[in-house]
Design a binder for this molecule. Structure first.
Ligand SMILES: [Zn+2]
Ligand SMILES: [Zn+2]
Ligand SMILES: [Zn+2]
Length: 162
């Protein structure tokens, strides 16, 4: 996996650019897979792209309700499932929240999440090698690993400078 963007964008970065790139990427992915990028899927992704912080499903609904009639939770959950299946959104398990993926990596690529305790931003780092060795260690003990989640809390480089 190749990260073409900084793990944590600088506070003064061009976020409009991030959002536009992510939407364009989602359009391309949906096109390639002959999937429909329906208005609600787009709106949910756009709500998640409002910042680099993960949002809970109800925060997504609140965000959407600013510009449209309040959507039903099931509608939003379905859109989130679609976005996750296509690698456009990640679930941050420890926060029960969802993060728009700002990177062009494969849906199945193993990443670790870095969660900043001060600003709430979440960054992604490649974790394939670590995942291999953890899975191997799990199998060595007779365990059949299914899902590996790596979330690291701490302070991001930008918050550390302040
Ligand atoms: Zn941004
Ligand atoms: Zn990602
Ligand atoms: Zn931070």
């Amino acid at each position: 996996m190749r990260l073409t963007r900084p793990t944590f964008p600088a506070p003064d970065h061009d976020h409009g650019r991030c959002t536009a790139d992510a939407i364009e990427h989602a359009e391309r992915i949906c096109n390639q897979r002959s999937q429909k990028f329906t208005p609600i899927r787009r709106q949910v992704l756009q709500a998640l792209l409002s910042s680099h912080r993960p949002l809970g499903a109800y925060e997504v609904i609140d965000e959407l309700a600013k510009s449209m009639p309040r959507p039903a939770p099931i509608t939003v959950y379905r859109a989130l499932d679609f976005l996750m299946e296509n690698g456009l959104v990640h679930r941050i398990e420890s926060r029960n929240a969802f993060l728009a993926c700002g990177h062009d990596h494969e849906a199945a690529a193993m990443v670790a999440f870095l969660i900043c305790e001060l600003c709430g931003s979440v960054g992604e780092i490649p974790a394939a090698v670590m995942a291999q060795s953890l899975n191997a260690a799990a199998r060595a003990s007779g365990f059949a690993p299914k899902m590996l989640v790596v979330e690291i809390t701490g302070i991001c480089a930008h918050c550390r400078q302040n």
